[in-house]
Design a protein around this ligand. Structure first.
Ligand code: GLN
Length: 304
């Protein structure tokens, strides 16, 4: 018998997957996330698979290699709830509770900025500064507004002999940092509650580093995927974006040892302005480092 066109099965593999398999639920979630707009998600497909991997506690690659893996009703409900929150704009890292930074598996939550890859440039600059200073005694490094503790923990792990202090004004963020320190650098980072340099003693530090809020209050980037849900306090540096950097530069001078360095991350267009702020605050040998994309990202100054 010649099959009629209606009877002929149409070979669409995605539809052949039962909805209770990894491939089936992923397919559905991808479609939901890809349809989100205002603003659209940066990577809907990747996010769907990362969320399912999180719910099933499996590597993402296992789901892609084995779309037939069964997904039970409770797992489907949990996954559905997370996909819904992602569709509503929550950053992926809040939903998994984790973000990788400097190859470290950091806990994050809604009280902290999600660590960004560009901040690894700040860690590199801190390590270079500590290395250049050499000298006798233990280097003392401070990370201001540490958030989940990313920069402080990376520095502590890389420089075995360093004493690291991290400050943070938000007690909820400090609690996240404390758990990260306990797990990733136990006993190596001293956490202090307070604003920028406030909790630091004078004349004590070799390096004072920070990834402060540096976006302008009217930066359209603040409406972007994920960013729009993150704490404003960690993102916006006043109307011109430089308020926190000014406060840090004013406080850092007397907390540094002679020859000690201040290092801050800033926006790609702020190099010139930050060099001016550092110069006005009395720092010498002011210079700016670029990221791998060639953008000015981190500015350094030395205490005379
Ligand atoms: N680089 C971050 C962003 O573009 C901003 C981080 C910050 O303000 N410290 O979202």
């Amino acid at each position: 018998m010649i099959p009629s066109p209606v009877q002929a099965p149409v070979p669409v593999p995605a539809l052949a997957l039962a909805p209770e398999t990894a491939g089936g639920v992923l397919d559905q979630a991808r479609r939901v996330l890809a349809a989100v707009d205002a603003p659209p998600l940066d990577s809907p497909g990747l996010d769907a698979s990362l969320l399912l991997a999180h719910v099933l506690a499996l590597p993402r690659t296992a789901l892609l290699a084995h779309p037939e893996i069964p997904v039970g009703p409770a797992e489907r409900r949990r996954f559905g709830a997370l996909v819904g929150r992602r569709a509503a704009g929550e950053p992926l890292a809040w939903l998994t509770g984790r973000r990788e930074f400097w190859s470290l598996d950091l806990e994050v939550d809604r009280s902290t900025l999600v660590p960004r890859p560009e901040t690894e440039r700040l860690v590199e600059a801190v390590l270079a500064a500590v290395g250049e200073m050499g000298g006798a005694g233990r280097p003392r490094v401070a990370d201001l507004g540490t958030g989940c503790g990313a920069v402080a923990i990376a520095a502590a792990r890389e420089v075995e002999r360093a004493e690291v202090v991290a400050t943070e004004i938000d007690p909820a963020a400090l609690a996240v940092a404390r758990r990260n320190v306990r797990r990733l650098a136990p006993g190596r980072v001293e956490l202090r509650l307070g604003s920028w340099c406030g909790p630091l003693e004078p004349g004590a530090f070799s390096v004072i580093a920070s990834n402060p809020p540096y976006l302008r209050a009217d930066d359209p980037h603040l409406g972007g995927d994920g960013v729009r849900r993150e704490p404003r306090r960690a993102l916006v540096g006043g109307r011109d974006g430089l308020a926190a950097i000014r406060a840090i530069a004013e406080g850092a001078g007397r907390r540094l040892r002679r020859g000690g360095r201040i290092l801050v991350e800033h926006g790609a267009g702020q190099g010139e302005a930050v060099r001016c702020v550092f110069g006005a605050a009395g720092f010498e040998r002011v210079r700016t480092f670029r990221d791998i994309g060639g953008r000015e990202r981190v500015t350094e100054g030395a205490r005379p």
